[in-house]
Design a protein around this ligand. Structure first.
Ligand SMILES: Nc1ncnc2c1ncn2[C@@H]1O[C@H](COP(=O)(O)OP(=O)(O)OP(=O)(O)O)[C@@H](O)[C@H]1O
Length: 289
């Protein structure tokens, strides 16, 4: 089981207030579309070197938050607040530069079935070029990204033939290729990886595989993932941010955030939480049962 030490930031870039400026920090972020508030003045942080799980009921605003951090908002949306990475304001950066710093792997990431995995990963280099095209060094970065995501063996396969788990790896490789010097820390310390429901549609073995990959990637960058399985979040994440109706209900270590009281208040179900040496198990019951 992963330790959940929210104060374990020694050796990281702390500013004079003790905040981790090498990580991702969301400050007062709001997103509204046609007068409806989807994300309501949320503030939370995701330190580099840790996995931060964003959890909450359907429609709570998790995907909208990740998209807003990556600079993607719905049409006619109004966004306010700040997003900092390594102490630098991301929302002030041009889109292309921002895309190099923050990579988002979406739930239903669009996949052109005819593309090979290698071609799809190459597209990750797009924010590094003025026009569509490739530069010297791209090939090596693409191969490094494929290797880092454990997708080298898939390079020549077409996306349309891949399983959900294989496709997820290719999407992660593309996200890594999008960032500066993929696979070459410490430059990667100034980039962040956002994964929207990365374990969706994966069988348990693929889930564990993916979470091991995510753990490796989190070694030198902040990784934020959304997940519905609270036991998985409690077992594999270092930090948990609980979201409900566009707001942050709680943020911090597993024990502090995922309590039966909070689960009841947010999801409307009773939960029994058991910590085991190899993970956390949660049983749910209807409140009136
Ligand atoms: N483009 C959009 N225009 C208007 N409303 C939107 C748009 N995208 C999302 N919403 C609304 O914003 C709210 C939050 O959606 P979001 O997808 O962020 O939630 P979520 O927590 O990721 O949900 P889930 O767990 O079901 O994926 C929902 O009520 C959704 O209907």
């Amino acid at each position: 089981m992963t330790g959940l030490d929210v104060t374990g930031l020694e050796g990281r870039g702390l500013d004079e207030r003790g905040l981790d400026v090498s990580g991702l920090e969301v400050r007062g972020l709001s997103v509204a579309v046609r007068g409806r508030t989807l994300v309501d003045d949320v503030s939370w942080s995701a330190p580099a070197g840790q996995i931060t799980a964003l959890v909450g009921p359907n429609g709570a605003g998790k995907s909208t938050m990740l998209r807003a951090i990556a600079g993607v908002v719905p049409e006619r949306a109004r966004r306010s607040g700040e997003v900092l990475l390594g102490g630098e304001r991301l929302d002030a950066l041009p889109g292309r530069e921002r895309a190099r710093r923050v990579a988002l792997v979406e739930q239903l990431a669009d996949a052109v079935p005819q593309l090979t995995a290698r071609e799809a990963v190459r597209l990750g280099r797009t924010p590094h070029h003025r026009m569509l095209g490739f530069a010297i060094g791209d090939d090596a970065l693409v191969e490094a990204a494929l290797a880092e995501a454990g997708a080298t063996a898939l390079a020549e396969r077409r996306l349309g033939e891949l399983s959900g788990g294989e496709l997820q790896r290719v999407h992660i490789a593309r996200a890594l290729a999008q960032q500066p010097l993929a696979g070459a820390p410490p430059a990667a310390a100034s980039s962040a990886l956002l994964l929207d429901e990365p374990t969706n549609h994966l069988d348990v073995a693929w889930q564990l595989d993916l979470l091991e990959l995510v753990r490796r990637l989190a070694a030198d960058r902040p990784v934020v993932l959304t997940v519905h399985d609270l036991a998985l979040a409690a077992t594999h994440a270092d930090r948990v941010v609980l979201v409900d109706r566009g707001r942050v209900v709680a943020e911090g270590g597993r024990d502090a955030v995922l309590t039966p009281d909070r689960i009841r208040a947010v999801y409307g179900v009773d939960a029994t939480i058991e910590a085991h040496p190899d993970g956390v198990a949660i049983r749910y019951r209807r409140m009136d049962a």
